[in-house]
Design a binder for this molecule. Structure first.
Ligand SMILES: *Cc1c(COP(=O)(O)O)cnc(C)c1O
Length: 396
């Protein structure tokens, strides 16, 4: 790494491809380039075997009983769309109510809005000040016409881990399907679809050191058999759920990436927590008026979301030129709207405008964390001095 390259602390937005992942992908671009649907020759067979192998390994990683419960997609956004639209549209004559939370990714919230326009009623559950959904609120919201509950496993801004197992148990008791967006969770914390009563689960490769452009939707096939109306039509690939040629190099890389994460999960989580706690401990000790947004303990090991009293996030990010950080989700950073997640926590406006998201990942070191802490401490002091000084640079 060169001296001028910023330190990357935005691993919730995306992650680099692990070289070990790239290595297993490469032959599938140039040598084993067959179409897995070509059943009449060895090129097709080799590709199909690679896809079947990847499917098996991904199913095993989620604790799924049957590899055919994995459907490959282009990413979590597509998986979320497939899950919500697919379930809702297949049940609309009997059930027309969807329950989700106010802190979901836009890939769920925007789809819920589409379903609302199609005549579904949507219950948007609030979260508490720590960002947690109350399982009792899920229970209370379920009615006879509820088709689906969708609550994410881990939030991409505040890293908060929802009580997914409890929500799953409630859904199972009430015989309502349960979907979870686990894009930030798979490979970072243990995830098990059977133990947690999950019927549909969305995730993707690029959040866990795999390639961009590939994801999967887990769909439970038995007890209950989950029915989905496909979004696209044309070819019957992927159990008729998702037509189009499967991108073999991407799915091979996806499976390898997940496996590497799960093999090293405990040790890596410890390492992430050590770096995260070091950063937080130093900030707390050396800066006055620093706040942690989201639950202190129930969160992803590599996540911090912090605000400094009297300091706006955007100018602070500009001043921190040696660090790649963000204010919130990369997905909605095209819009200047303040974070809907922090809004849902009902934090004071100033704290929302000051929020920085820190996403620590595999490539980071304690030495980098110390450099980031030094820079943050220095720049927060500078921002406060500029604000409080005789010549205000502020445009207010
Ligand atoms: C990144 C992310 C998505 C979108 O995933 P893509 O694969 O980029 O479409 C959806 N949900 C969550 C929670 C995410 O973190």
């Amino acid at each position: 790494m060169t001296l001028h390259r910023p330190i990357y602390l935005d691993h919730h937005a995306t992650t680099p491809v692990d070289p070990r992942v790239l290595e297993v992908m490469l032959p599938y671009f140039t040598e084993e380039y067959g179409n897995p649907s070509s059943a009449s020759h060895a090129f097709g067979w080799a590709a199909e075997a690679a896809v079947a192998d990847a499917r098996e390994r991904l199913a095993a990683a989620l604790g799924a009983a049957d590899p055919n419960e994995i459907t490959f997609t282009s990413g979590t956004t597509e998986s979320d769309n497939m899950a919500l639209l697919g379930v809702a549209r297949s049940m609309r004559s009997r059930r027309d109510h969807i329950i989700t939370s106010s802190i979901e990714h836009p890939a769920v919230l925007d789809v819920a809005r589409v379903l609302e326009r199609e005549g579904f009623s949507i219950s948007l559950l609030p979260v508490d000040g720590d960002g947690l959904v109350d399982p009792d609120a899920v229970k209370a919201a379920i009615g006879d016409r509820t088709a689906l509950v969708s609550v994410m496993t881990a939030n991409s801004e505040i890293g908060v881990l929802q009580p997914v197992a409890e929500i799953g148990r409630i859904c199972r008791e009430r015989e309502v399907l349960f979907h979870t967006d686990a894009a930030q969770a798979v490979g970072k914390v243990p995830v098990n679809v059977d133990d947690w009563g999950i019927d549909l689960l969305s995730f993707c490769a690029h959040k866990l050191y795999g390639p961009k452009g590939v994801g999967a939707l887990y769909v439970r096939s038995r007890r209950p058999r989950t029915r989905l109306e496909p979004l696209m039509h044309g070819g019957g690939h992927e159990h008729g759920l998702r037509p189009g040629t499967v991108p073999v190099p991407l799915v091979v890389g996806f499976a390898k990436a997940v496996e590497l994460c799960i093999d090293g999960l405990e040790a890596e989580a410890r390492r992430m927590r050590e770096m995260r706690d070091r950063l937080w401990d130093r900030l707390r000790a050396e800066v006055a008026g620093v706040h942690l947004n989201g639950h202190a303990v129930r969160r992803l090991p590599g996540n911090l979301n912090i605000s400094f009293d009297g300091v706006e996030a955007d100018p602070l990010l500009v001043a921190l030129h040696g660090v790649a950080l963000s204010t919130g989700s990369a997905c909605s950073s095209a819009s200047p709207e303040p974070s809907h997640v922090l809004r849902a926590l009902q934090l004071p406006e100033e704290r929302i405008r000051g929020a920085l998201r820190v996403g620590i990942g595999r490539g980071n070191t304690l030495e980098e964390i110390d450099r980031v802490a030094d820079q943050l401490i220095e720049q927060v002091a500078a921002a406060r001095a500029a604000r409080g000084g005789p010549r205000l640079r502020s445009h207010q």
